[in-house]
Structures are given as C-alpha cells and as structure tokens.
Design a protein around this ligand. Structure first.
Ligand SMILES: *[C@@H]1O[C@H](CO)[C@@H](O)[C@H](O)[C@H]1NC(C)=O
Ligand SMILES: *[C@@H]1O[C@H](CO)[C@@H](O)[C@H](O)[C@H]1NC(C)=O
Ligand SMILES: *[C@@H]1O[C@H](CO)[C@@H](O)[C@H](O)[C@H]1NC(C)=O
Ligand SMILES: *[C@@H]1O[C@H](CO)[C@@H](O)[C@H](O)[C@H]1NC(C)=O
Ligand SMILES: *[C@@H]1O[C@H](CO)[C@@H](O)[C@H](O)[C@H]1NC(C)=O
Ligand SMILES: *[C@@H]1O[C@H](CO)[C@@H](O)[C@H](O)[C@H]1NC(C)=O
Ligand SMILES: *[C@@H]1O[C@H](CO)[C@@H](O)[C@H](O)[C@H]1NC(C)=O
Ligand SMILES: *[C@@H]1O[C@H](CO)[C@@H](O)[C@H](O)[C@H]1NC(C)=O
Ligand SMILES: *[C@@H]1O[C@H](CO)[C@@H](O)[C@H](O)[C@H]1NC(C)=O
Ligand SMILES: *[C@@H]1O[C@H](CO)[C@@H](O)[C@H](O)[C@H]1NC(C)=O
Length: 262
C-alpha cells in the first residue's frame, strides 16, 4: 500500500502552497477597526499602507497608484459590484475621494452622502503597474445609522461644593469637515472649551470641557451635553443627561441661625 505515503506527500504540498499564498501580506493597510457614520453625512476613513518588500515587488511610489475599496470580502473576482470605489474611475458606485497623498502611502478616503446600506466591511487595494495587492487581513467595519450616537460625559474625582470642577463631553466626528457642535445645559454659570481631537486609532472626536463651581443647591440637578450634527441643511441631535451628586456640609444650622443675627 503506497496510498498513505502519497496522501501524506500531497498534504505537505497542499499545506506549503497555502502558506505561500496566505502566509505573507504583500501590502499592509492601517485603518480603524470600526467607524460610525450618519446618514446623509460623510465618513472619513483614516488610512495608510506599507509595502514590506518594495524592491522585491517593484513598487514605485512615483508611478500613479490607483486606490481601490472593496466591500464584504477581499476577493472581488466573480463580484465586480463589490468594487465600490476605484480612484482611476470617474463614475464610482460610492461618491468619494482619496484625500491622502498616495505617494506618501496615505490612503485616507472620504465617502460622501452615506446611507444605511453602506453598512459593511471594507478592504483596501492598490494597483500601481506592475504591483497590485489587497490586504486581506485588515478591513474597516462601517456602520451607518439614521441618528447619531449619544455623546459621553466623564468627570474625574468628587464633585464638592465651592470647588471648581471640570466635566468632559466627547462626541464622535466621523465626518471631520462637518464636526458636531457641543453645548452644555447647567444650573449655573460656566465656561467651556471645545476642540477637535484625534483618537489613538486616528478617528476624530469633538471634546468639550466645562468648568464651574457647584453649590449644594445643584445637588441632584441635571447637567446635559448636546451634540448637534450638521447634515446637509438640517441638524441631527443627540444628548447625554447626568444627575449631579454634590457633596456638601450640613446647611440646616446655618440657615436657622442667620436670621437671629439680622
Ligand atoms: C480600476 O480602474 C482601472 C482603470 O480603469 C482598471 O484598469 C482596474 O482594473 C480597476 N480596478 C479594479 C479592481 O476594478
Ligand atoms: C479630492 O481631494 C483632493 C485633496 O484633498 C482635493 O484637492 C479635491 O478637490 C477633492 N475632489 C473632490 C471631487 O472632492
Ligand atoms: C493623510 O491625509 C489626510 C487627508 O489629507 C491628513 O488629514 C492626514 O494628516 C494624513 N496623514 C498623515 C500621516 O500624513
Ligand atoms: C504628494 O507627495 C509627493 C511626495 O512626497 C509630493 O511630491 C507631492 O507634491 C504631493 N502631492 C500633493 C498633492 O501634495
Ligand atoms: C446626497 O443624496 C441626496 C439624495 O440621494 C441628494 O439629493 C444630494 O444632492 C446628495 N448630496 C451630495 C452632496 O451629493
Ligand atoms: C441604498 O439606499 C439608497 C436610499 O436609501 C438607495 O437610493 C440606493 O439605491 C441603495 N443602494 C443599494 C446598493 O442598495
Ligand atoms: C478631559 O479630557 C482631557 C483631554 O483628553 C484630559 O486631559 C482630562 O483629564 C479629562 N478630564 C476629565 C474630567 O475627564
Ligand atoms: C443647526 O444648528 C446650529 C447650531 O449648532 C444652528 O446655528 C443652526 O441654525 C441649526 N440649523 C437648523 C436648520 O436647525
Ligand atoms: C435627569 O437625568 C436623568 C438621567 O440621568 C433622567 O432620567 C431625568 O429625566 C432627567 N431629569 C430632567 C428634569 O431632565
Ligand atoms: C452620591 O455620592 C455619595 C458619596 O460618594 C454616595 O454615597 C451616593 O450614593 C451618591 N448618590 C447618587 C445619587 O449617586
């Protein structure tokens, strides 16, 4: 019986073939794992790529490079409809623009006017004669919703009467050209500072910091952070309410004694 030996040989061949095909990435793309989009607005995908062995693969950044986005799966062979954007093509399935400088391996891309049916997984591919490669191991999950997600309020430490305190409110900015505007509603006077921030995964957020001095009268009163997203000629709003928990010293004695002095 030679069969088992032959089978073993075939398996070894098959395994090494699989490793040769999938064991290395000819191009490595870097982008966030997940992005939230808002219907009617834009989505910016922060993106960069690298070619580990440029000489071997004859990649020349001076040669005009096409950037291609493929939805669902890195294989688009039998599914040309999955190629939703090709920077060498004028009329794409998705309206978009590669705003990054591809010569600097920056593939940052903006898709305009997104709708909920854009919710999918997206792979990046470059085509630069003779080099062509898709990174099959990295994709970005884009989730497009009709309403924005609520901003997030955080505070550090205890909220004490007569002691200045700061709260942060952070709201995602998937379309950094039209970031949300953050406003606060508080039971007292306050000052705020807003800024567009880059997160560690290169997505953007708007951060608003409010500073005020609470009194015992503010205990169990609400503070609200409202995010207003401009979408076309309209606005979409999301907010976060938080009840203040102010620690204060007893007030009854003071309140009953003061009139006696008057
Ligand atoms: C991108 O467009 C170019 C120019 O039309 C074309 O040669 C290439 O095949 C396209 N790539 C894909 C993946 O469709
Ligand atoms: C695409 O982005 C580039 C670089 O930011 C810009 O110059 C160009 O006007 C944009 N094109 C469109 C159609 O928005
Ligand atoms: C990539 O391009 C985008 C859009 O032009 C820009 O905002 C970003 O700073 C660039 N990234 C790097 C690492 O240069
Ligand atoms: C893109 O980067 C290349 C190389 O750094 C530079 O020569 C070129 O001017 C840049 N293009 C734009 C539109 O900034
Ligand atoms: C976005 O799509 C809507 C409806 O499909 C259209 O009326 C509008 O002009 C589009 N806006 C842009 C900037 O393309
Ligand atoms: C996506 O949805 C929009 C409107 O919501 C519709 O006009 C468009 O045909 C849909 N596209 C696909 C590919 O289903
Ligand atoms: C608010 O955000 C800033 C910047 O990320 C950070 O330095 C600060 O500690 C935060 N403060 C609170 C109260 O979370
Ligand atoms: C949208 O909100 C901004 C403030 O964030 C306001 O100035 C503008 O009037 C609002 N537009 C509409 C159409 O409500
Ligand atoms: C205060 O905020 C809480 C949630 O933290 C909410 O349930 C309540 O309705 C709010 N009260 C007012 C008066 O807005
Ligand atoms: C307010 O803070 C005190 C002390 O930290 C805690 O015991 C109490 O449960 C808090 N109350 C509310 C409503 O969060």
């Amino acid at each position: 019986m030679t069969c088992p030996e032959n089978m073993f040989f075939l398996i070894v061949l098959f395994m090494s073939g699989v490793l040769a095909c999938f064991g290395q990435r000819h191009m490595i793309a870097t982008m966030p794992d997940k992005l939230d989009g808002l219907t009617g607005s834009c989505v910016e995908i922060p993106c960069s790529f690298d070619i580990p062995d440029q000489n071997k693969y004859k990649f020349n950044s001076a040669i005009l490079t096409s950037g291609v986005w493929i939805k669902e799966s890195p294989q688009f062979g039998g599914r040309p409809d999955n190629v939703i954007f090709n920077s060498s093509v004028k009329d794409n399935r998705y309206q978009g623009n590669i705003t990054g400088n591809m010569s600097q391996k920056n593939c940052t891309t903006v898709f305009f006017n997104v709708t909920t049916n854009y919710t999918n997984k997206y792979f990046f591919r470059i085509e630069s004669q003779p080099f062509r490669a898709t990174d099959p191991d990295k994709s970005v999950d884009i989730v497009v919703r009709d309403l924005p997600s609520s901003p997030i309020i955080t505070v550090s430490g205890e909220v004490k009467e007569e002691t200045s305190v700061s709260f942060n409110c952070s709201a995602v900015a998937p379309c950094p050209e039209h970031p949300p505007e953050l406003t606060w509603t508080l039971p007292t006077q306050f000052t705020t500072e807003n800024q567009l921030q880059e997160n560690p995964d290169q997505t953007k957020s708007v951060l608003s910091t409010v500073t005020f001095t609470p009194s015992y009268l503010h205990h169990e009163k609400n503070i609200t952070c409202t995010a207003v997203y401009p979408v076309g000629s309209n606005n979409k709003t999301a907010e976060h309410n938080m009840m203040l928990n102010v620690s204060f010293s007893p007030k009854n004695t003071l309140a009953s004694i003061s009139p006696a002095w008057g």
